[in-house]
Design a protein around this ligand. Structure first.
Ligand code: URA
Length: 209
């Protein structure tokens, strides 16, 4: 599949399996998501541009590499996206964080925005939108559209699990936005849950329900 990156690192796959189990406690689900998002952040930031700067070591002056440009932005799609933030911030502790809240209108079934807060200078930044579950893809596509309208330097979407339906929605709306996921599952059920999946990610992270 074009522009879809499945992160097959054995640690990612092992932790994902532990998270899928229905008997995983809130405590271990949250801890595993934290560990997984750190590992995924490492892969997702692999192609960040570098620039040369002059530095002084205790012995000499040298030209050395640092990340180029303004601080990266992580954008969390509320509320489950927040489960990705701390783990990713372990790898990029200076990143800025934006939040976008969407709910599904019961009549039209379309996503409606109720919250939107981004850092300044979005047009100069690299942006990573995070949401653990890419199910129908409707909220991901709407969130990505809002960010695209701000003309960031680059834009990626990261999830833990993707359904083929969600990938199709995203690729139709935003074919140039790469998707990073730990797995592509079989299908959606009639209620929009990913099968075999891991259940409701927000409920499992926050211990609600
Ligand atoms: N959101 C979830 O939390 N789980 C799913 O399976 C689908 C959407």
């Amino acid at each position: 599949m074009h522009n879809v990156h499945v992160i097959t690192h054995p640690l990612v796959q092992h932790k994902l399996t532990l998270m899928r189990r229905k008997d995983a406690s809130t405590n271990s689900f949250r801890r595993l998501l934290g560990e997984l998002s750190t590992l995924m952040a490492y892969e997702v930031t692999r192609d960040m541009p570098l620039q040369d700067i002059e530095i002084e070591t205790p012995l000499e002056t040298m030209t050395a590499k640092v990340i180029d440009g303004k601080k990266l932005v992580l954008v969390s799609i509320l509320r489950a996206g927040n489960g990705f933030l701390d783990g990713m911030l372990n790898v990029v502790p200076g990143a800025r964080v934006g939040h976008i809240g969407l709910y599904r209108d019961p009549q039209t079934l379309q996503p409606v925005e109720y919250y939107f807060k981004m850092p300044s200078g979005m047009h100069e930044r690299d942006v990573i939108v995070v949401d653990p579950m890419l199910a129908t893809g409707n909220s991901a596509a709407a969130a990505v559209q809002r960010i695209r309208d701000m003309r960031p330097r680059s834009l990626k979407f990261v999830c833990l699990l993707a359904a083929p339906e969600g990938i199709a929605t995203m690729q139709q709306a935003h074919p140039e936005v790469p998707i990073y996921t730990a797995a592509i599952d079989r299908e959606l059920d009639a209620h929009g849950y990913i099968l075999p999946g891991l259940g409701d990610a927000g409920d499992r992270i926050f211990g609600t329900k």
